[in-house]
Structure formats: structure tokens, C-alpha cells
Design a protein around this ligand. Structure first.
Ligand code: ADP
Ligand code: MG
Length: 327
């Protein structure tokens, strides 16, 4: 059995509370936005059995819940400020689980520079659910929009695509062909990518300065890029041979060619899709390089064309389902 609700808050969450959260002893927190800047707000919910496995380490669940929100902030060009945590736990959850969850949360909150402003703690007869609302800031009027691209803009994807979706495949089919044939270090790399995303916080400033549009890849590269472009009335000839994959993902796709569509459509990458005006492209790439994350050019946005994905031979690839949808 866990401690009481108030003891949980005092013991687990108050130590990482922001000064404006009054030790989590008040009904609400207060926050003065930095002068001349806008707040950027985002929320992501994680449900056991849907976004993570109930048996995952509690510290990893907490860190993933925070990191998926950090990924949204980075995509909007926002510098992190803080977050709020809603958590629904089974009555019989053991206190050790909650302590480990809080420790993971505290570690990431410290390393990414976010403070906890409050939340809610409830019991549930359903699956563990973690809901984080994060906020950051950008120069006034400067949030980078998802649908801000124009015809002629250059399109980039950061980092590498596919590891997390392939890691999920390994979790779902632990005795499958992929799990059996993949080298242990590649298996570990893919499993780790699924368990613990690496949000591109280091690129937020580059996105804010140079991007005309951006979003993070949470539901799948193909579907998310299609959303970003078609929502703006644009299309593109997207070069799949320019989409970077890690050595582990390449090894997986060499075992089974069909895994390419898992990598491209699977999601949970938390990389950034970025459009820049042509004149900003070099500066954007240089800023990403300086931050230690590659930005790969994958095509140009265009008017009056569909979003098409073409392989190295120029053949169009059709993906029946470009991204994950809950419904
Ligand atoms: P209420 O009575 O309005 O439901 P609570 O007693 O639940 O408020 O919460 C008291 C304080 O503890 C509030 O400041 C709230 O933001 C904070 N709090 C509750 N749960 C959490 C949580 N999971 N993480 C962070 N802060 C929390
Ligand atoms: Mg209250």
C-alpha cells in the first residue's frame, strides 16, 4: 500500500517543486512569464498498456512522460520552464514504485531544467495513467507553428528515424525472427530508444530562429510529415533514401525488408520535422551540427502536388497507414 495522498505529494513531489508552487501546500501555483516572451503550453498523456508496458521501470515511465512533452516544446522552439503532473494509480501500488517514479522524474526535471508547478494524484481501478502538462517560452509571437511552411521551403528531419518503433516490435515479439537474428547491441539500442526517448531540446533555439514550420515525430514519420505539409496546402517529393536510420535500424531492415515501413510509419521517434525558408537552411543545419544532432534534408515543400515518398530509384512508395491513430 502507498502512503496517503498528502504524504505522497510531500515526500515525492514537493522536493522538485518550483518556488512558485509554494511547496505544493497551496491549491494552485503562480508563474510570472519571462518579460517579452510568450508561454508555450503542451500536454501528453501516457496510459499503461498503450504508451508503456505496465512492468516497465517506474523511473523510465516518468522520464518518458516528461520527455514526450519536452519534445513538443522543442518542436515549437520553446525553452522549457516547468510542468504539472497528473497521476492515476491503483490503490494497491507499492510505495517503492511511486518513489522510483518520483526519482526518475526528479532526475530528468533537473537535467532538462524544468520545475514542478503542481498536479493531481488520484486512485483508479483502471490502468496507471500519467498526464503531464509542460510549459516553456519563446520570444513574443515566436512560437513555431506546425502549418507555417511555404512552397519552396526546405524540409529536414533531425536525428534518426525508426529505432523506437523497431524497439516496440521487439517488445511485442520477444521470440520473433528479429529478436533472434539481431545482434545484442542492436537489440539493446532499439529497446532503449523505445523506453527512453531523447527529446531534441538542444535544437529548440535553432528551430525558433530558422524554422517556418515544425512538429515532432510522435505518431510516425510518414503520417506526421504528411500532416505538416497537407495541412498547409502543400506537398513534396520526399526522398526516403535521405531519411537517416541508425546502424541498429539498418541491421533490423536487412533482416526483414518489411520492417522499413515499421520504421517509417511506427512513431515514438521524437525527432523533429522542420521546414525552413531556403535562405535559412544552411544556418539551420549548422546550428543543429553545433548542437551535435544531424539535420537531414529530405525534400522541398511545393504547391499543387501531393506528399509523395520516393525511394532511391525514384519509385513512389505507398504506405497504407502512415502513422498511429488511437481511434
Ligand atoms: P485539491 O484539494 O485542489 O485537489 P490537492 O490537495 O490534490 O488539491 O493538491 C495539493 C497540492 O499538491 C496542489 O498544489 C497540487 O498542485 C499539488 N499536487 C497534487 N498532486 C500532485 C502531483 N502528482 N504532482 C505535483 N503536484 C501535485
Ligand atoms: Mg484545492
Amino acid at each position: 500500500m502507498p502512503l496517503s495522498e498528502f504524504e505522497i505529494i510531500a515526500r515525492c513531489f514537493a522536493p522538485i517543486a518550483a518556488p512558485g508552487a509554494f511547496g505544493l501546500l497551496d491549491d494552485a501555483a503562480s508563474l510570472s512569464p519571462p518579460p517579452g516572451r510568450d508561454l508555450v503550453l503542451t500536454k501528453d498523456m501516457l496510459v499503461a498498456g498503450m504508451h508503456f508496458f505496465p512492468g516497465d521501470p517506474p523511473a523510465a515511465i516518468a522520464r518518458k512522460a516528461l520527455r514526450v512533452n519536452l519534445s513538443d516544446l522543442a518542436a515549437k522552439g520553446a525553452e522549457p520552464i516547468g510542468f504539472m503532473l497528473g497521476i492515476a494509480l491503483a490503490r494497491e501500488t507499492d510505495q517503492g514504485w511511486i518513489d522510483a517514479f518520483a526519482a526518475g522524474l526528479a532526475a530528468d526535471a533537473a537535467s532538462y531544467g524544468l520545475a514542478l508547478f503542481g498536479g493531481d494524484t488520484v486512485s483508479t481501478s483502471g490502468p496507471v495513467t500519467v498526464s503531464i502538462t509542460a510549459f516553456g517560452s519563446v520570444p513574443a509571437g515566436g512560437m513555431v507553428r506546425r502549418l507555417g511552411a511555404s512552397a519552396g521551403d526546405r524540409l529536414f528531419v533531425t536525428g534518426r528515424i525508426g529505432d523506437a518503433a523497431l524497439g516496440l516490435r521487439l517488445r511485442l515479439e520477444p521470440e520473433g525472427e528479429l529478436a533472434r537474428l539481431l545482434a545484442p547491441e542492436h537489440r539493446e539500442a532499439l529497446l532503449e530508444a523505445y523506453l527512453l526517448p531523447q527529446p531534441r531540446t538542444a535544437l529548440a533555439a535553432a528551430v525558433q530562429r530558422h524554422a517556418s514550420a515544425a512538429m515532432d515525430v510522435s505518431d510516425g514519420f510518414v503520417g506526421d510529415l504528411t500532416k505538416m505539409l497537407s495541412g498547409a496546402g502543400l506537398g513534396a517529393r520526399v526522398r526516403l533514401d535521405r531519411v537517416p536510420h541508425s546502424p541498429a535500424a539498418q541491421a533490423a531492415m536487412a533482416i526483414d525488408r518489411d520492417l522499413e515501413s515499421v520504421a517509417l510509419c511506427g512513431g515514438d521517434d521524437y525527432e523533429l520535422l522542420v521546414a525552413t525558408p531556403p535562405g535559412r537552411a544552411n544556418d539551420f543545419v549548422a546550428a543543429c551540427d553545433a548542437a551535435g544532432v544531424p539535420a537531414s534534408p529530405i525534400g522541398d515543400a511545393a504547391e499543387d502536388v501531393a506528399v509523395r515518398f520516393v525511394d532511391a530509384e525514384g519509385r513512389t512508395r505507398d504506405f497504407t497507414r502512415g502513422s498511429f491513430s488511437h481511434f
